[in-house]
Design a protein around this ligand. Structure first.
Ligand code: UGA
Length: 438
């Protein structure tokens, strides 16, 4: 099938490459010339494991091309996927839909024939209905563009795997024809047994925000338990393990620590709250404010722990932060809890060095005041305190005996509860973590 994928960020670039990989004729579109040039040359514009291979394969097959022209996209696609960002609006909790609207406004007047416009971005419930009206006013005479919503559930760091082998496909359409078309798009996955949930657009839009809200709630739940553990002298990791054995609960997303960040969970729960208020059901999701608050508090608690370990004052202390990205296996530093903590430590007068295997360049751009490095030993040289804030595998492989020789004081805060504490203690380190007895 002839598909266009508009917006080539984490979502769109991976979707475009994977759709070509499963046999479609795909045109990727973005306003960013640099991004399009890089993708057309087989260079992913961000770090995502496995994307370079799929991209190279898809380009070599001749089934994947890139353009900056929406006019060209209009001529190409039977199905147009919208994959642009829906960030938080400045000065509000709500989602900013200007990029989605700009795609529609730029695409629809050029459509030569009827087609399907499918949103994949995370949007407030009711967006399909709003876009349907908008498109009707823009489409050339005799051309009908039906809107459907098909939310994406991929995780950064596992984006290729999640796109090719998703847990489920959720498709919200207004007509059986649109549903049949999307079944054809995803036929190889459907045949392979991926559950295909066919529903209306409102439900499809809502599934995505509900899923992210649930995940955020699960993380804040365990972080709230970590606070209780600290007060009671209990161990949140053992607690999570024990809870996780109950198959109704499950162990995943119960890793207590610094909490969630990134370009999705934080802004999605806020946008959901804002939309629920518009719908007159703000009270039903008011608990998400607490989820957000608990999450922010873990950053403050981590800074307070560092301050305590520094004897009450961070001014002039040499601190090293391990990890700058919002999660491992990504170079994304958007709303990164690790960087937020690093910036606060710097504001409190600490001499902060930040290390990240893939995200140090982005971290340096976002926080020019911090000293970021991709070399671990350089970053740790002379440190009086080390904070492990993003759980890259590389940090689990660090030899604590060797690291102890490089630092001035062997003191570690494990903000992700992911390092082998006993091994570090045996190597002479003082190890502290939220929710853990000492
Ligand atoms: C999230 C969802 O997991 C995806 O399903 C969704 O498609 C995506 O948002 C999106 O809306 O596009 P992602 O933001 O890539 O994916 O990252 P997650 O793996 O969900 O992690 C989010 C944050 O939660 C990270 O900062 C991570 O460190 C934190 N986290 C995760 C915890 O603090 N504890 C956990 O147990 C799990």
């Amino acid at each position: 099938m002839r598909l266009t994928v508009i917006g080539t960020g984490y979502l769109g670039a991976v979707h475009a490459a994977c759709m070509a990989d499963i046999g479609h004729d795909v045109l990727g579109v973005d306003v960013d010339v640099e991004k399009i040039t890089a993708l057309a040359e087989g260079r992913p514009p961000f770090y995502e494991p496995g994307l370079d291979d799929v991209l190279t394969r898809a380009l070599a097959s001749g089934r994947l091309r890139f353009t900056t022209s929406l006019r060209e996209a209009a001529a190409h696609g039977e199905v147009h996927f919208i994959c642009v960002g829906t960030p938080q609006q400045a000065g509000s909790q709500a989602a900013d839909l200007r990029y989605v609207d700009a795609v529609v406004d730029g695409l629809v007047p050029h459509l030569p024939a009827s087609c399907l416009v499918v949103g994949k971005s995370t949007v407030p419930v009711g967006t399909t209905a709003r876009l349907t009206t908008r498109i009707a006013g823009l489409a050339p005479a005799g051309v009908r563009a039906e809107v459907a919503w098909n939310p994406e559930f991929l995780r950064e760091g596992f984006a290729v795997e999640d796109t090719l082998r998703p847990d489920r496909l959720v498709v919200g359409t207004e007509s059986p024809e649109a549903d049949a078309m999307l079944r054809r798009v995803y036929a190889p996955m459907v045949v392979a047994g991926v559950p295909y949930i066919s529903t209306d657009p409102n439900t499809a839009e809502l599934v995505k925000v509900a899923a992210n809200s649930f995940l955020a709630t699960k993380i804040s739940f365990i972080n709230a338990m970590a606070e209780v553990c600290d007060a009671a002298g209990a161990d949140v990791v053992t607690l999570a393990d024990a809870l996780g054995h109950d198959t109704r609960i499950g162990r995943r997303f119960l890793n207590a620590g610094l909490g969630f960040g990134g370009g999705c969970l934080p802004k999605d729960i806020r946008a959901f709250t804002a939309r629920a208020q518009e719908l007159g059901v703000g009270a039903a999701v008011a608990f998400l404010d607490q989820v957000d608050e608990i999450n922010q508090r873990q950053r403050a608690r981590t800074v307070a722990l560092a301050r305590r370990l520094a004897g009450g004052d961070l001014a002039g202390r040499r601190v090293t932060v391990l990890g700058a990205t919002f999660k491992p296996n990504s170079d994304d530093v958007r709303d990164s809890p690790a960087l937020a903590v690093a910036a606060t430590l710097h504001r409190e007068g600490a001499d902060v060095r930040v290390h990240d295997p893939e995200g140090s360049a982005n971290a340096q751009l976002a926080h020019p005041e911090l000293r970021c490095s991709a070399d671990l030993l350089t970053a740790c040289q002379g440190a009086e305190l080390i904070l492990h804030l993003t759980e890259w595998d590389q940090y689990r492989e660090v030899d604590p005996v060797k690291l102890a020789r490089v630092v001035r004081e062997p003191v570690l805060v494990d903000g992700r509860n992911a390092l082998p504490h006993e091994e570090w203690r045996a190597a002479g380190w003082t190890v502290k973590a939220l929710g853990r007895p000492t």
